[in-house]
Design a protein around this ligand. Structure first.
Ligand code: A2P
Length: 222
């Protein structure tokens, strides 16, 4: 009935505890600031500006999108495919309200989004929808052949006019390139780890030491 449909949230996910949100935001800002000053980035600036001469201030280029979280299932109040099944998954019910430690293993930047890759554990994968990657197939054809959990990420910011759903698609695109055997161009060893360029404005910083982010599995209603 309508009441049941009302009780399904906009989305489920892991919500980073506030202390670690600040830390992740700072790390991301520092990364953007440093990236902006690199000659290698300036060389590919047109990926972001479309114009040769124009400069870009990455810190201004991306807008934050509220509380930092890693979406597990976008339910759209029950209207999204598989939403009702997801709510009924025993793992979802059992773990609701529990705290987990997420491992943020990389930061990535594209002309559309900036985000953090989340590397899920076996236990965390129990909360991951089996078709999360396959659902992205129309945007990223190779997505369905990537391992379960590949799409897991935290959106840190979006360019003007870009919806946060894009962040996971940008991540899948980079992982699809890696899977095809494209190594990318190792640009330099940064303090936090190696920085790789994948063309078309796609940058990936692998964190030598992943950020451990405590996060509560819960849901969001607007
Ligand atoms: P993300 O998880 O990349 O941040 P919105 O504010 O646009 O309604 O989105 C709410 C949240 O749900 C965001 O966190 C967003 O992206 C995620 N989201 C929106 N649409 C989808 C979708 N079709 N598939 C997966 N996640 C989505």
């Amino acid at each position: 009935g309508p009441l049941e449909e009302m009780s399904i949230p906009l989305y489920f996910g892991w919500f980073l505890l506030s202390s670690v949100q600040d830390k992740v935001r700072c790390t991301s800002m520092d990364f953007l600031k440093t990236l902006d000053t690199l000659e290698a980035f300036k060389k590919h600036m047109t990926d972001f500006t479309g114009k040769a001469e124009k400069e870009v201030d990455l810190e201004q280029y991306f807008q934050g999108k509220g509380t930092l979280h890693c979406t597990t299932k976008f339910c759209n109040y029950g209207k999204a495919e598989g939403a009702k099944e997801y709510v009924q998954n025993p793992a979802v019910q059992d773990f609701y309200g529990s705290t987990f430690e997420l491992s943020l293993s990389a930061l990535f930047v594209t002309p559309r989004t900036v985000g953090a890759r989340v590397s899920l554990t076996e236990e965390q994968l129990k909360l991951w929808p089996a078709d999360a990657e396959k659902e992205a197939e129309s945007a990223v054809p190779a997505a369905a052949s990537l391992p379960l959990g590949s799409r897991a990420h935290v959106t840190l910011g979006c360019a003007e006019g870009v919806e946060p759903v894009q962040t996971g698609l940008d991540l899948l695109q980079i992982l699809a390139l890696q899977q095809e055997g494209q190594q990318g161009e190792l640009v330099e060893e940064m303090e936090l780890g190696p920085l790789t360029y994948y063309g078309e404005g796609r940058w990936l910083l692998s964190l030598r030491e992943p950020i451990c982010a405590p996060a509560c599995f819960s849901s969001f209603y607007k």
